[in-house]
Design a protein around this ligand. Structure first.
Ligand code: RP5
Length: 163
């Protein structure tokens, strides 16, 4: 795998508590990533520079997490041909419903693959990124298969008694 294939971008430091779950899933699969804070509203020039340069920088997939008026994934998708997976971060006032609707309701022509709100979305964005990269990386495909098998094996048939 040449270079760093995955960019994880987020609108704020406060999003890292969610987006670190994407990073951890990529770590578990041995996929390098670069995690950056890129705010569509507070650092718009940084967003333009990142999105327009993402492909030339060697990234193959972008995972973008944001909350509230979550324009980051959509604006990124507007400025890069790379696949963009959007993670709605759970907001305080509207529990992430605002983030979800902001990210998922893209107009036809500029797709953002939108995941679930919060940790599940962050983990699944990483797994989707892995699945895309695995199409052209047999060793990664084997690691992804093994990861899924371990998950299957970890599910007990009956619930354990809780204290
Ligand atoms: C969005 O505003 C960020 O993605 C974050 O989820 C939300 C709140 O940001 P902070 O006020 O915590 O920095 O741009």
């Amino acid at each position: 795998m040449a270079g760093i294939p995955v960019a994880i971008i987020m609108g704020s430091q406060s999003d890292w508590a969610t987006m670190r779950h994407a990073a951890e899933a990529l770590d578990a699969l041995g996929i390098p990533y670069d995690a950056r804070i890129v705010s569509a509203h507070r650092t718009p020039d940084r967003l333009v520079a990142f999105a327009k340069g993402a492909k030339a920088a060697g990234f193959q997939v972008v995972i973008a997490g944001a909350g509230g008026a979550a324009h980051l994934p959509g604006m990124t998708a507007a400025m890069t041909p790379l696949p963009v997976f959007g993670v709605p971060v759970e907001s305080k006032s509207l529990s992430g419903q605002d983030s979800l609707l902001s990210i998922v309701q893209m107009p036809a022509g500029i797709p953002v693959g939108t995941l679930a709100i919060g940790r599940a979305g962050a983990v699944n964005a990483a797994l989707l990124a892995a699945a895309v990269l695995a199409l052209h990386d047999e060793k990664l495909a084997e690691r992804l298969d093994a990861w899924r098998q371990r998950q299957t094996d970890s599910v007990t048939e009956r619930p354990a008694q809780e204290a």
